[in-house]
Design a protein around this ligand. Structure first.
Ligand SMILES: [Mn+2]
Length: 388
């Protein structure tokens, strides 16, 4: 039998990091649909993030993206977050939106472009010093479109060299989280296409370098929970970028496309000790809300992560271990499925009430009037967006 009190206690310690860019406008390469009330600057993004945390109780940090969230005074931004019950989380770099990066950034054949890219990453570490952020999250759009376009192996050497320089700059308690993505925007080779490549670079760099698993960055059918189990076993799982995909990098709400997959991933996290305090696994969202209302979508996403986590925590691990040891294939599978098929919504309502929250975060947000207020107040100016 699972200890329900322990499950509830664990759920109260959950922390999901929301991304600043999810509060702004986004879209596809075809169209960005603007929404009324969207933040005009990082300060307003933090106001919205504070609402997500206020109603869920488990979204205390916000990831920034540089340069989208560039401000004059990062310490002031950190203080503004703190005043709203938030902390600034991972600093995400951007080496994909400058004309110089057409052929890549830190893997570019021209040393001057590589210098520019590495300098940007070093600037991101300076920002971490000012915000108190622990994690530098790196995703590289680098790759090639045509066979022969560039030297695949030389690009790996350039990558290693650039990463090493940034790694050396990291301070005490700071980490480098390297994200992989199997294709796009490059269509032939990608310089960090998979967990193996990310792991190899992180292993060589040292203990402050770890891998980020973006759930949307895999080929269809990939067994993501196996990757999670392996990285945790090796002490190299730095965190997640949670989202959902149907086809490619769709960046839909986590748990929307395949809640069973999210449960399987969270089970391996729990099984591997990744959920415990001090495990160092960052649970971040990396999503866009192109057609749906943004703040409710982010609240829904946090709740989806909570539900998958609750189910993972409910797995009767003693019964599972016994069935596995006995070679009871159907029995073992049934233990896992029993947990997955449990309706955890009543349990989570109780958890929220015990945390002093409304048991229904979406209804509470709707009643709060915040959505109407930002539509009325945020008039004029330039809405935030990912600038594509
Ligand atoms: Mn990502």
């Amino acid at each position: 039998m699972t200890d329900l009190a322990a499950v509830k206690a664990a759920l109260k310690t959950q922390a999901v990091e929301t991304p600043s860019w999810a509060y702004g406008n986004s879209g596809t390469r075809f169209k960005v649909f603007a929404q009324a009330g969207v933040p005009r600057d990082p300060w307003e993004k933090l106001q919205d993030a504070a609402k997500v945390h206020e109603f869920t109780g488990v979204a205390p940090t916000v990831a920034l993206h540089i340069p989208w969230d560039k401000v004059e005074d990062y310490a002031a931004l950190a203080k503004y977050a703190e005043e709203r019950g938030l902390r600034l989380g991972a600093i995400n770099s951007n080496t994909f939106q400058d004309d110089a990066y057409k052929l890549g950034s830190i893997c570019h054949p021209d040393a001057a472009v590589r210098r520019k890219a590495v300098d940007h990453l070093l600037e991101c570490v300076d920002i971490m010093d000012a915000t108190g952020s622990a994690d530098l999250k790196l995703w590289f759009a680098d790759g090639t479109n045509y066979p022969g376009q560039d030297d695949i192996r030389a690009r790996q050497d350039r990558l290693a060299e650039g990463l090493a320089e940034v790694y050396e700059r990291l301070g005490e308690g700071q980490r480098m989280l390297l994200e992989y993505k199997f294709f796009e925007p490059a269509f032939y080779t990608t310089d960090v296409p998979d967990w193996g490549t990310a792991y190899a670079h992180c292993l060589k760099l040292g203990p402050k370098a770890q891998v980020v698993v973006d759930t949307g960055h895999h080929a269809p059918g990939t067994n993501i929970e196996f990757i999670v189990a392996t990285l945790l076993r090796e002490g190299k799982l730095g965190g997640f970028d949670f989202n959902s995909r149907f086809y490619a990098d769709d960046d839909l709400m986590v748990g929307a496309a395949d809640p069973f997959q999210l449960f399987r991933i969270m089970y391996e996290v729990v099984r591997g000790g990744g959920f415990s305090a001090g495990a160092g696994v960052a649970f971040m969202l990396d999503q866009c809300h192109n057609i749906e209302a943004k703040i409710p979508a982010i609240i829904r996403s946090v709740m989806n992560v909570q539900e998958a986590t609750a189910k993972a925590l409910l797995v009767d691990r003693t019964a599972l271990a016994e069935a596995q040891a006995a070679g009871d294939v159907l029995g073992a599978n049934a233990v896992l499925m029993d947990a997955y098929n449990t309706d955890v919504r009543p349990l989570l309502r109780e958890v929220r009430e015990e945390m002093g929250l409304d048991p229904d975060p979406l209804a509470a947000y709707a009643r709060s009037g915040w959505a109407e207020r930002i539509v009325a107040e945020r008039v004029g100016g330039q809405q935030a967006g990912w600038g594509a």
